[in-house]
Write a protein that binds this ligand. Structure first.
Ligand SMILES: C[S@@+](CC[C@H](N)C(=O)[O-])C[C@H]1O[C@@H](n2cnc3c(N)ncnc32)[C@H](O)[C@@H]1O
Length: 270
């Protein structure tokens, strides 16, 4: 039984990094006005109530999103800031939009969304928050469900893989999984999040992902290390990484702007 619940970490600095980049991808893809399918293998609960006891317990949101809002780190025109504002307007100021909420903000008529989540508590929140008939929610293993779906209609798409990496073999299994996926559905934009941990478990995974036959010009990797200090388990997380394939045009420049801003924030803390 998996125990990870993202509510403990929602709005932390690595989350901001992940969600800022994801929102930029959506914003660029939405500019084409062509229907697309969004598939998320590890969806979490969609919206996170930062007043929940689990969120207050770790204090990670205070160090992340709450500080970000107080200090205006980003222009309100940045895609994630628009999603955040919309979420707070509709649901209340204490809500933080996760990946599924970002996808829902950018969903156009004709687009489809497939959200997979295994945790029985998380899936209840997810089902309670997303009601459209274009949004399909399944309590299934996200990897297996994605392979079963591929290739979906519309074929143009974005796949987001954001595991909790509770199963140690997940790092080793990821490249083989992507290779299988590509055989069924070669064209989606693919975004894989990974934690930066002292074990450096991600290094081999990323190396093997690069070795796959992905479109070379469209592969991009970005990391942000806000917290060099070390702890145990998830407390040891010192940063956030994203491996992105088949990137939309213009993403690199936008991500560099975000990275520059985040790096500057780290400096003011030191
Ligand atoms: C990092 S959280 C997801 C956060 C979410 N993507 C967001 O940004 O809001 C990982 C989620 O994956 C779920 N999970 C773990 N293994 C899974 C699997 N094999 N298939 C589907 N969901 C899984 C966990 O229950 C957890 O909610």
């Amino acid at each position: 039984m998996l125990s990870y619940q993202h509510i403990y970490h929602a709005g932390c600095l690595p989350d901001i990094h992940k969600h800022m980049v994801l929102a930029e991808i959506f914003d660029l893809m939405a500019k084409k006005f062509k229907p697309m399918t969004y598939v998320e293998t590890h969806a979490g609960r969609g919206y996170y109530d930062l007043n929940a006891p689990e969120a207050s317990k770790t204090g990670e949101a205070a160090e992340g999103i709450l500080r970000m809002l107080k200090e205006n780190w980003f222009q309100p025109t940045r895609p994630f800031m628009k999603v955040l504002k919309d979420t707070q307007r509709r649901k209340g100021g204490q809500y933080y939009p996760g990946s599924a909420a970002i996808a829902e903000y950018y969903r156009s008529p004709g687009d489809k969304m497939h959200l997979m989540e295994l945790h029985p508590g998380e899936i209840r929140y997810l089902q309670g928050s997303f009601k459209s008939s274009a949004i399909h929610i399944q309590q299934k293993d996200g990897y297996q469900a994605l392979l079963t779906l591929a290739p979906p209609e519309p074929r143009r798409g974005l796949v987001f893989i954001d595991p909790s990496y509770e199963i140690k073999t997940e790092y080793d299994d990821m490249p083989g999984f992507v290779a299988k996926l590509m055989k069924k559905w070669a064209v989606p934009t693919l975004c894989i999040w990974y934690p930066l941990l002292p074990s450096l478990a991600h290094v081999n995974m990323v190396k093997k992902l690069y070795a796959l036959n992905l479109p070379k010009s469209g592969v991009f990797q970005v990391e942000f290390c806000p917290r060099p200090e070390r702890g145990d388990g998830w407390k040891a997380l010192y940063g956030s990484g994203l491996f992105i394939a088949n990137i939309p045009f213009g993403l690199e420049q936008r991500v560099e702007e975000i990275q520059r801003r985040l790096r500057g924030i780290k400096k003011t803390e030191e």
